[in-house]
Design a protein around this ligand. Sequence first.
Ligand SMILES: [Zn+2]
Ligand SMILES: [Zn+2]
Length: 151
Amino acid sequence: MHMANQPSQFTIESVSGILRDEGLRITRKRTAILETLFESDAPMTLQEIQQGAAKRAGTTPDFATVFRMLNLMEQLHLVHKVSLQRSSSYYELSDPRKHYDHLVCKKCEQVILIDIPCPIGDTEKRLARQYGFRDLSHSLEFFGVCPACTA
Ligand SMILES: [Zn+2]
Ligand SMILES: [Zn+2]
């Protein structure tokens, strides 16, 4: 199946290339936004992305710059939103070769990307067959209390 905008490599360079093709100028601040996303191992709010980029670039990108860039990346399926049952939106990179389901601690709010085969991968295929849907995707969030918060 051919998917547009899905590079065989998913790196800062390949993502920058896609954004450049969309007419976005890849400035130092925008590179810092990408570095922040690539170095994070958990979904981030726009504010956290802005702060992370500020640290790397040495100058703070406008909130509107962060917002527009993440919006464009979401349209291009380079990032997706993760629903953490909180008021802010959380964003995470969307590497087409990776899978994104999470464990979320209700006490300390840490978010862990789960490292087991997708629990509903087969169900997704069955749904696609039974309902004739294409390009199915999902995001599973398991909410609980982590070991540190239990101790
Ligand atoms: Zn916890
Ligand atoms: Zn899954």
